[in-house]
Design a protein around this ligand. Structure first.
Ligand code: ZN
Length: 180
């Protein structure tokens, strides 16, 4: 992004040749395009148990999630998923097959979740987690999961096969998504 002298991209207008309003910098003409974001994560297993993190950040603080978060620039989806596992659960994983793609057009997000195997039964709560635990499938806290896409990924991982695909309904969901 160029150095903006004053306001930066602050004027809403449809740039020439475009069809949608964008925020444009009145000084240098820089256009701040906003596009959907990709969330990557992993259903991590040690034997037949599944690793979940209890969130220590909003939204959905204290609810359980698989390690997941926004992709960073310049990384692959699998590398991003492994990074999120390290950040939120302090665990090394080997990323495996794609479980599914879950898209939520209402909030312009695409969630891509993989299977992963813990390299060792070593994990701990990262900065954004209150605690990290291994659950058996029968003991998963289904009623206390953080986001719909976490429910879908766990259901799909348990079923096996795939990859699966789900598009969230356009109406607001009873259970909120991150950022929406
Ligand atoms: Zn500018």
């Amino acid at each position: 992004m160029p150095p903006h002298k004053k306001a930066g991209p602050s004027v809403e207008m449809i740039p020439e040749g475009d069809t949608r309003p964008r925020l444009v910098c009145p000084d240098c003409g820089y256009i701040a395009y906003e596009n959907p974001k990709v969330v990557v994560g992993a259903v991590c297993t040690w034997g037949d148990r599944i690793l979940l993190c209890r969130r220590d950040i909003e939204p959905r603080r204290a609810y359980w999630t698989i390690p997941a978060g926004f992709m960073e620039l310049g990384e692959s989806m699998a590398a991003g998923a492994a990074r999120e596992v390290m950040e939120e659960a302090c665990a090394h994983v080997e990323i495996g097959r794609l479980i599914g793609i879950y898209e939520i057009p209402r909030i312009s997000q695409v969630h891509v979740f993989y299977r992963a195997r813990l390299a060792a039964p070593h994990f701990a709560a990262g900065e954004e987690s209150q605690e990290v635990l291994l659950f058996s499938w029968d003991d998963l806290p289904w009623d206390d999961l953080a986001f719909p896409s976490v429910v879908w990924a766990l259901e799909n991982a348990r079923r096996g096969g795939g990859p699966f695909f789900t598009e969230a309904p356009a109406t607001p969901w009873p259970m909120e998504f991150p950022g929406g």
